[in-house]
Design a protein around this ligand. Structure first.
Ligand code: CO
Ligand code: CO
Length: 324
C-alpha cells in the first residue's frame, strides 16, 4: 500500500493533524483547539459462521483504531456487500444487528450506510470519533525504558483459518469470538487515565508488523519476551497443520531483516507472533513506574488480558528483538 499512497498527490491542509502518509491508525482533522475528528474504516469477509457475531466483530474491529489513538467513537456508517441471489435476508439483518448493538455498546450510533452487490458477503463500518488535539496517542511516542503491555491474546487469524477449513474445535471458536467481540474501549479509557507514551492496535500485520511500525515511528528497538506473550490455545497446532493465513506469511517474509529472534524461540511460536489479527488488542508503551497501576486497573475492569510482554530499548540495528 505504501507504493500507492506515495504515488498520490499531496494537498497540504493545516487542519489535517494525522494524514495518509504517516501510516497511523486513523486520520485526524482539527475542528478547533479543543476538538478534532478521528476517522477510520474497515470491512472484510465473514470471519465466523454466526452472522450476529460477525457483525459484532466487524464493528469492534472498525472502532478499534479510534480507541488506539485515544478517541471516542460518535457515529458509524455501515458498508455491506452481498450476492444478488442471496435469498436469506435474515442473515443480513443479523449481521447489521450485531454491528448496531456493538456500536451502541461503544456509546456511538449507526446513522446510515451503503450496500453493494458482490459475489461474496463483506461487512464493515466507517467510524467517526472525537479526540482532543492535544491528547492524541500515536505509535510514535515509545521511549527507551518503557514497558510494553498487550490487552488481548494472539492467534485469531490462525483460528479463523481453521474455522474456514472446518478443522477447529468449538471451544477455540468460543474463546476467539469472545475476544474479537470485546471492544478496546475500556483498555483505551484506562490508558488515557494512567497516561501512556504510545499505542497501536494489533490487526492485519500481526504483533510483529505493528510493533515494527511502532519501533520505526518511535526510532527505538522493541524487545519482546516470547514466554510472556499470551496466545490462544491450539495456535501452534494450527500452524503445524499448515493453516497460516497468506497475509501472515507475507508479513514474516517482509520483516525478516528487521527482526532478530533468539534461536530458542520455536518457529511455530514465531508464526503466531506474525499472525494477522482481527479485532486484536492494544499494544501500549508506557513508563515502567506506571505498568503496575495500568495492569491492575485493566484486570479489575474485565479487559481480556493485561500482559507485560516486552520493553523499549535505545535503537540498536534491528527494529525488533525476540528473546525466549
Ligand atoms: Co490500527
Ligand atoms: Co484499521
Amino acid at each position: 500500500m505504501a507504493y500507492v499512497v506515495n504515488h498520490l498527490p499531496e494537498y497540504p491542509n493545516e487542519r489535517v493533524l494525522v494524514g495518509p502518509k504517516t501510516f497511523a491508525d486513523a486520520g485526524i482533522y482539527k475542528i478547533s483547539d479543543e476538538m478534532a475528528l478521528v476517522e477510520t474504516l474497515d470491512f472484510f469477509t465473514p470471519v465466523v459462521n454466526n452472522p450476529y457475531d460477525y457483525g459484532q466483530i466487524a464493528a469492534a474491529n472498525a472502532m478499534s483504531d479510534v480507541y488506539a489513538m485515544g478517541g471516542k467513537p460518535l457515529t458509524a456508517m455501515n458498508i455491506l456487500c452481498y450476492p444478488l441471489k442471496f435469498l436469506d435476508r435474515d442473515i443480513l439483518v443479523e449481521i447489521l444487528r450485531g454491528g448496531a448493538d456493538k456500536v451502541n455498546e461503544a456509546g456511538a450510533v449507526v446513522i446510515g450506510g451503503h450496500t453493494l452487490q458482490d459475489n461474496e458477503i463483506k461487512y464493515g463500518l466507517s467510524v467517526t470519533g472525537v479526540i482532543h488535539p492535544g491528547k492524541i496517542v500515536t505509535n510514535a511516542g515509545a521511549r527507551p525504558g518503557d514497558m510494553l503491555v498487550l490487552t488481548k491474546p494472539l492467534g485469531t487469524g490462525l483460528i479463523i483459518s481453521a474455522i474456514k477449513a472446518n478443522k477447529v474445535c468449538a471451544e477455540d471458536i468460543k474463546r476467539v469470538t469472545a475476544s474479537m467481540c470485546q471492544l478496546n474501549k475500556t483498555a483505551s479509557e484506562t490508558m488515557l487515565e494512567v497516561g501512556v507514551n504510545a499505542c497501536t492496535d494489533i490487526t492485519g500485520f500481526g504483533l510483529m508488523g505493528h510493533a515494527y511500525e511502532m519501533a520505526e515511528a518511535s526510532k527505538a528497538t522493541l524487545s519482546f519476551s516470547a514466554g510472556r506473550i499470551p496466545v490462544f490455545e491450539g495456535c501452534e497446532r494450527y500452524v503445524r497443520m499448515g493453516l497460516i493465513p497468506g497475509v501472515s506469511k507475507l508479513s514474516k517474509k517482509y520483516l525478516k531483516d528487521a527482526i532478530t529472534v533468539d534461536s530458542r524461540v520455536e518457529e511455530e511460536f514465531l508464526d503466531v507472533l506474525f499472525d494477522a489479527q482481527t479485532s486484536g488488542g492494544l499494544l501500549i508503551s508506557l513508563p515502567k513506574g506506571k505498568v503496575e497501576i495500568l495492569c491492575t486497573k485493566l484486570k479489575e475492569r474485565g479487559v481480556m488480558v493485561a500482559s507485560v510482554i516486552g520493553e523499549v530499548c535505545e535503537r540498536r540495528g534491528v527494529s525488533i528483538v525476540v528473546t525466549p
